[in-house]
Design a protein around this ligand. Sequence first.
Ligand code: T46
Length: 139
Amino acid sequence: MQVVKYVFQPHGDERGQLIALEEHADIPFEIKRVYYMYDTAEGVHRGFHAHKELEQILISVHGSCKVLLDNGREKKVVPLERPYEGVYVSSGMWREMYDFSPDAVLLVLASEPYDEADYIRDYDEFLRSVGAKGEDGDE
Ligand code: T46
């Protein structure tokens, strides 16, 4: 499984750093929604779902966290530790976010508006949806 990690170009000068992200130029989709999570309690794991259509880029703009990506056959853990790095999360990918530092702010750029119907929250259903498990439960 190939993890697509982005390293964005900071525009730095003596005042500090600035990163600008434009859809299609820096982000491979039209950005229809932006959300972020912060004040994440110690030991919390979030996510535990896949999306049918949604594509996203996750950026830890402050602090750090880890993202587990699972395509149904392989799992990879991606540490997000720098504000200029992002990880692309395609549709059909199970994700979990954890190991949030107390100061973590996880910013997410999303290709679609919020739609609960796009979530797959059952792991077995996810495995079936990506063809990693048969209807009768066979691998
Ligand atoms: C994802 C990972 C990375 C909204 O009302 N609008 C929104 O756009 C979002 C994202 C959430 N919500 C509500 C729904 C829940 O009542 O906020 C609450 C927390 O959302 P959720 O439990 O889905 O959060 P996570 O961290 O488990 O997952 C989120 C995204 O939902 C998901 O798409 O890929 O972050």
